[in-house]
Structures are given as C-alpha cells and as structure tokens.
Design a protein around this ligand. Structure first.
Ligand code: ADP
Ligand code: MG
Length: 377
C-alpha cells in the first residue's frame, strides 16, 4: 500500500448533504472513516449520518477553512458547488474531483466541447450568448429543439422544448436570457449511462451500463443490464474512459448517453459524482458507487464492479407521499432506500427501491407492478 493512501480512522468530507452526500456518508462510516458534511440546510439528510455537520454556505471561507483543517480528503455530492470553493480548499487539503473537471461539468457548452474534442459525439447543438444568436441557432439546429441553460440545470429544470422561432424567443425570455445551448431534439430509442471510477494512480473500473427511463425530465427507472447491444454498451464504457483520462479525473464520473432511433450513440452530459442511475449498485454490485467514491478519494484500488444480479431501480418522488409500504415489504426481493427527508414536495427525490430478480424482464414486471400500486388507483 502506497503512502498516499488515506485509511480508516481518517476524516473525509463532503460538500453537499442531500441524498448523494448521505449515501456517501453511510459508505464512508461503514468503512471506518470519520465523516464531515458541509451543507447550509440544518435538516439535510447527510447531517443525520455524518460525525459532524457544518451548517454554512458553500462559499463561506471560514467554514471551508474548518472543513479543510479537519479532513484528509474532501469530495462533492453535486456539481453546483462553486468551483472557487474547491480551488480554495485545494490549497489546504486533497479535494476530488478537481476544480477544472468541475467547471467543465458545470457548463453544458463546455462539456459538449470537451466531449467533442475527446472524440465523442454530442447531439447537434448551437451555443447561444445573446438574443441576436437565436435566428442562427434555429437555422443551424432546426426544430423541434430543446433550449437548455448552460449552468444550474438538473432533472429537466432550465429546459424548454421549442417547435418554432417564436417558441424559442419565448423560452429564451423565460430562461432569463442567460447563456444557453439549443440542442436538436432527437428521437430517442433509449438512454444509457456509464459510471466510471478512477484514482490518482490512473486505476479505473466501470460499472455495468444502465438503461434509464425518464418521466418529465426526471429519472424514473434504471434497468441493468441495459437492453442494448454489447457493442453499444462497450462504446459507452470506452467513451467514459476516454473522458476520465482526458480530465485526469479522480473520483466517480457518470456519463449519460442517448441511443437514437437509428442506433447512434450520442454523448448527453456528465456528472462529476455518483449518479441517480447508479443507485442500483448499492444492492446489485460487489461494490456500490458510494464505496467506490470513498476508495477513489482515498487512493485505494477500485472495488470490483461485477453485477451480482439483474436489477431495476425505481425512484420515489414526493408526489406519491406517503406511499403504501406494504407493496414493497410484502416482496422478498426489493431493497428500499429512503433519504431521511422530512418534507415531501412534488418532484422531490425521497428514496428509491431496487428490485433484484433472475432476469431483467421479471425485475421490470415486479418494479412496474409495485410502483403502480404505490401510486394508487
Ligand atoms: P438534466 O441535467 O436535467 O438531467 P438532460 O440534458 O439530461 O438534463 O435532459 C433531461 C432529459 O430530457 C434527458 O434524460 C432526456 O430524456 C431528455 N432530453 C434531453 N435532451 C434531449 C434531446 N436533445 N433530445 C431528446 N430528448 C432529450
Ligand atoms: Mg441528465
């Protein structure tokens, strides 16, 4: 074992205390690390699990200072942490992923350019900087198209499907005339994601590719193994590896792709962190994406990513609260994960469940049946 490794008993920090931060804390504590979370929300889900919860803004220098002083390494749970905070910490302790990768993943235009330069194929798009670009963008991309704000979008937020130049104009006003990309709306056969782990010694491991179904721009289900050809799955894994290398990335990188009707693989976006589509790994892989996140930031060898069982993950949103739990607990092959959120709001991610079965079709049948019962008549 190298001297660079951070071992149990050390303190790990996470910027962001939502469900991803919470599941990171569970994994880190299980492995014997002390964990510290920074999140302004006193009720955040990770705060219940962490050894210490610093309740402060992500750009509060005093809080970042304290965190850096206590932690042997720090990671983040979502990409909207100010990169200036990551740079500030980087001078004081180890922080993964680094500010450069974070800044690329924060900005749709930059991440598409980066992917393109690395040899991947993004959906045809045009970067919009001012109102006078709209006409050219429309001619370039055609309709239907999707207008997406460059920054701060997630779960379909900051996105507008537009069918003509008038709708594009309206959407641009509505999004507040911020920098955007106008993207061709393609006919999607399916969406897949590849989650890759890389440590500072450039050791890598990729989780099995997941097939992702969305509703209203939010992930609804992940199906693993994905029902795509081995060649396509292989291409997705290879693309993720190319990006991780090009970024000299340390941590977990999730890469989303579209498979079009005509079988083309398009790069959609990447997330510099564990991903909702990787929650299946918690029950169905030798190593979960959160344990892997711990391993990467600590300089440990990547854990085995082997799939132990076909699995379907279903997201549980606040729309259906409180669900009828008997539908879940009457099944012997469903694993429930709740995020400790006290207030349910429509669209808010409250938890997920993983259905494990002998084959993906049986898992899917149970998942759909249980989900429909939870959502009521
Ligand atoms: P977010 O950051 O909100 O996840 P995405 O760019 O991944 O944003 O878009 C959310 C969802 O909207 C996608 O998973 C996909 O279902 C749909 N979508 C996004 N872009 C396109 C596109 N160019 N063509 C067709 N559907 C799209
Ligand atoms: Mg997405």
């Amino acid at each position: 074992m190298g001297s660079q490794q951070i071992l149990p008993g050390s303190t790990l920090g996470v910027l962001g205390g939502g469900q991803l931060g919470r599941m990171f804390c569970v994994a880190a504590r299980t492995m014997g690390y002390r964990v510290l979370v920074l999140d302004p929300d006193p009720l955040c889900g990770a705060g219940h699990i962490a050894d210490l919860h610093i309740k402060a803004d992500y750009s509060d220098q005093q809080a970042l200072e304290k965190m850096a002083a206590e932690c042997d390494a720090i990671t983040l749970e979502f990409e909207n942490i100010p990169s200036a905070s990551v740079r500030f910490i980087a001078g004081k302790t180890r922080v993964f992923p680094g500010a450069e990768a974070l800044e690329i993943a924060q900005n749709r235009d930059l991440e598409k350019q980066f992917a393109k330069n690395a040899g991947l194929q993004p959906v045809p798009y045009f970067a919009l900087r001012q109102a006078s670009d709209l006409q050219q963008a429309a001619e370039n991309v055609g309709f239907p198209a999707i207008l997406k704000s460059n920054t701060l979008g997630y779960d379909g937020k900051g996105q507008f499907v537009v069918n003509d130049i008038n709708e594009l104009n309206d959407a641009y006003q509505q999004v507040g005339k911020v920098d955007c990309v106008l993207e061709k709306k393609i006919n999607i056969r399916c969406e897949i994601s590849a989650i890759i782990a890389r440590n500072a010694s450039a050791e890598r491991a990729t989780f099995p590719v997941s097939e992702n179904q969305h509703r209203n721009g939010v992930l609804h289900m992940s199906i693993v193994p994905a029902r795509v050809s081995a060649a396509l799955a292989g291409q997705a894994v290879e693309s993720a590896a190319i990006l991780a290398e090009a970024l000299s990335y340390v941590g977990i990188l999730a890469v989303e792709f579209f498979v079009s009707d005509d079988g083309e693989l398009y790069f959609n976006e990447m997330a510099p962190r564990p991903h909702n589509s990787g929650h299946y790994t918690k029950d169905a892989c030798v190593t979960s994406q959160f344990e892997q996140q711990v391993r990467m930031m600590c300089g440990l060898t990547p854990g085995d990513t082997r799939l132990l069982s076909p699995v379907v993950m279903v997201n549980m949103l606040g729309d259906l609260w409180l669900p009828d739990w008997s539908g879940i607990f009457s099944q012997s092959n469903i694993k429930l994960h709740l995020y400790g959120k006290t207030e349910a709001r429509p669209g808010r991610k409250m938890g997920h469940f993983n259905v494990l079965a002998e084959d993906v079709e049986s898992a899917l049948t149970v998942a759909e049946d249980v989900f429909n019962k939870l959502s009521g008549p």
